[in-house]
Design a protein around this ligand. Structure first.
Ligand code: 5GP
Length: 302
């Protein structure tokens, strides 16, 4: 009989380890919510699909508190308004509570609405170290029909970077000249440091040839392109998790600690702007993310 059985030591140790793992996974998911790496609607959907999942085992109080700009006072008011007991877990909500919570989330955290029609001008942005460059390079290597814009920058080349392939490496005076002569479609100072800009002429030429053009630029640049070319398709690349983003930034090893901290601050600000974009793509594997980007182009066969 189960009740009378003494739980063997190994089972207890395994259960304890599992509990620690679950707590860690919940803490990581909370970070993802706070940093907006995952939308609250996605977490709720996961909880509903599987009450035993990490999302399903999260307390409603922790869930709400992890959302951007929700403090304890606001959390309690929301729970009262939605008539949800604070002891509930996300996976244990009643059908009515789920619908009400969903509606509240949609009002507070609007999901991007895919736009009508397709454009041949694709803009790929997203937080630092998310792998925009790798996804763009994958597209360059596998889709020669897509024109990948080569930016001008005032930063120094990294080892292995080739002038004219990865960037046009220019000095400040030359960058000033490009701006003055109207040769840049957009330009911005990135990470408070170097200047980056998109040369206009090659893009216009590629579009005139009927090609799809891909720009891999920062958030400020994406906004400028949207203002100049409202039909452009803006794509936001997301990391699979906040922890993964931090890992990628550290693992890259190309920046010192101060620079990494600066870039993580920028990443947080950039993640907060994702609702301005038409599409969000999670960079789980480079090939899949690249395929999803290509599928958004009007030239792609579907
Ligand atoms: P990195 O120095 O690591 O190559 O790039 C730093 C950041 O500059 C990345 O977020 C990248 O998307 C952005 N960037 C690269 N080229 C351009 C550009 O032409 N315009 C803008 N606005 N940002 C760019």
């Amino acid at each position: 009989m189960a009740e009378g059985r003494v739980v063997p030591e190994v089972d207890r140790a395994a259960a304890a380890r599992k509990a620690v793992e679950r707590r860690r996974a919940r803490a990581a998911l909370k970070r993802d919510l706070t940093m907006r790496v995952v939308s609250p609607q996605t977490v709720l959907a996961r909880a509903i699909a599987d009450a035993d999942s990490v999302a399903g085992s999260m307390r409603i109080t922790d869930f709400l508190l992890a959302l951007p700009a929700i403090g304890a006072g606001k959390r309690d008011r929301i729970l009262e308004e939605l008539r949800i007991s604070p002891v509930k877990r996300l996976g244990g909500l009643g059908a009515r509570q789920r619908v009400q919570l969903q509606q509240w989330l949609d009002g507070r955290f609007p999901q991007p609405q895919p736009r009508e029609g397709r454009s041949r001008l694709l803009v790929l942005a997203g937080p630092t170290a998310v792998g925009k460059g790798t996804v763009a390079a994958h597209i360059r290597d596998h889709h020669p029909d897509i024109h990948l814009s080569v930016s001008a920058t005032t930063r120094a080349p990294r080892p292995g970077e080739i002038d004219g392939v990865h960037y046009y490496f220019v000095d400040d005076a030359e960058f000033d000249r490009l701006i003055a002569d109207g040769e840049l479609l957009e330009h911005a100072v990135v990470h408070n440091r170097s200047r980056y800009g998109t040369p206009r002429a090659p893009i216009e030429a590629a579009l005139a040839e009927g090609k799809t053009v891909l720009l891999e630029i920062d958030l400020q640049g994406a906004r400028q392109v949207r203002a100049a070319e409202p039909s452009a398709t803006l794509i936001f690349l997301l990391p699979p998790s906040w922890d993964e983003l931090v890992q990628r930034l550290v693992g890259r090893g190309t920046e010192d600690q101060e620079e990494r901290a600066r870039r993580l601050r920028t990443a947080k600000v950039e993640l907060a702007a994702q609702s301005e974009f038409d599409h969000r793509i999670v960079n789980d594997t480079v090939a899949d993310a690249a395929r999803e980007v290509v599928e958004l182009s009007s030239g792609s066969a579907r």
